[in-house]
Design a protein around this ligand. Structure first.
Ligand SMILES: [Zn+2]
Length: 302
């Protein structure tokens, strides 16, 4: 459960990867997992290390990464750090299902613990660059795309990358890997490919401890996103709504969405593809007969 990665950096697995960094004043957690049980596991690991847990760094404001923050803050009085922009969701977690639902109050199906975490305080808003936490120097590295303000954290030779990089199991399970900005997600993957660290800790799945396995994972994630964008473009020979694009792309991939939460999590990357294609001047959008449709942009003849 508790794995040591360097002299002072540890990872606690189980559902999601959570970090522990040992400093002179105490331990700093990186993310807390989905709920109280994840936070309890983290605190137990801290007790094994014989130090108080005094701070929590947040990679991004998704419920499965900060769902344990509130419990841990109440229990230990730790200080909570969150990237600029993401901090709003920690304080007002309904913003996560609210935005997935298109900016209206979501129904019960989008209010489960995977999309709605308990609110918690934010004591420090993290900006990119060097960061001094509890006497430890940490580098905050922007890795946006999966969320607007996702931040990676580097300490020693360990790089916590949040959900900037998906394990192959996730790519097998979900044809449309979650992202809110496709172009930024690709740039963040490019950043990871060009970075050098001894160990990469993604939010889920196995760690990457050599450059070959990291390069393969980056390539697979990038290839999937590019394929998704190509398939979105390919189905727009006739005008379609975003939901029709989603249905067409997932039918082709043979994926069946289980419920409303699965639906909105698959729709976001489809919308991100449409925005990316629109930015590139390849598609146009129009509201006609009260339906918002997208179509491939016809190049002038000749
Ligand atoms: Zn996430």
């Amino acid at each position: 459960m508790l794995q040591q990665l360097s002299q002072r950096v540890y990872v606690v697995g189980g559902g999601s990867n959570k970090g522990l960094i040992a400093g002179p004043k105490g331990l700093i957690a990186v993310d807390t997992g989905l709920d109280d049980s994840h936070a309890r596991r983290l605190l137990k690991a801290a007790e094994e290390l014989g130090r108080p847990l005094t701070a929590v760094l947040t990679t991004h404001a998704h419920a499965d990464h900060f769902g344990g923050h509130a419990w841990l803050a109440r229990r230990t009085g730790c200080r909570i750090y969150a990237p600029a922009g993401e901090d709003a969701v920690l304080r007002h977690p309904v913003l996560e299902p609210f935005s997935l639902y298109g900016g209206a109050l979501p129904p019960a199906g989008l209010r489960g613990k995977f999309l709605l975490a308990p609110p918690c305080p934010v004591h420090e808003v993290v900006q990119p660059g060097p960061l001094e936490v509890e006497g430890i120097r940490i580098e905050a590295v922007p890795l946006p795309g999966h969320s607007l303000g996702q931040m990676g954290y580097r300490v020693d030779e360990v790089f916590f990358v949040g959900d900037a990089l998906f394990p192959s199991e996730a790519l097998q399970k979900y044809y449309a890997p979650y992202c809110v900005d496709l172009d930024e997600t690709l740039r963040s993957l490019e950043h990871l490919a060009g970075s050098r660290a001894a160990t990469y800790v993604p939010g889920h799945g196995p760690l990457f401890c050599d450059s070959e396995s990291l390069a393969a994972a980056v390539a697979a994630h990038r290839q999937r996103l590019e394929e998704l964008r190509s398939r979105v473009l390919a189905c727009l020979s006739a005008p379609l709504t975003a939901d029709q694009v989603l249905a067409a792309v997932l039918a082709e991939a043979g994926e069946h969405l289980p419920d409303a939460a699965g639906f909105v999590l698959a729709r976001a990357p489809i919308l991100a593809c449409l925005t990316s294609l629109h930015r590139a001047g390849l598609v146009e959008e129009r509201v006609e007969e009260n339906a918002w449709r997208w179509a491939r942009k016809m190049t002038p003849a000749g």
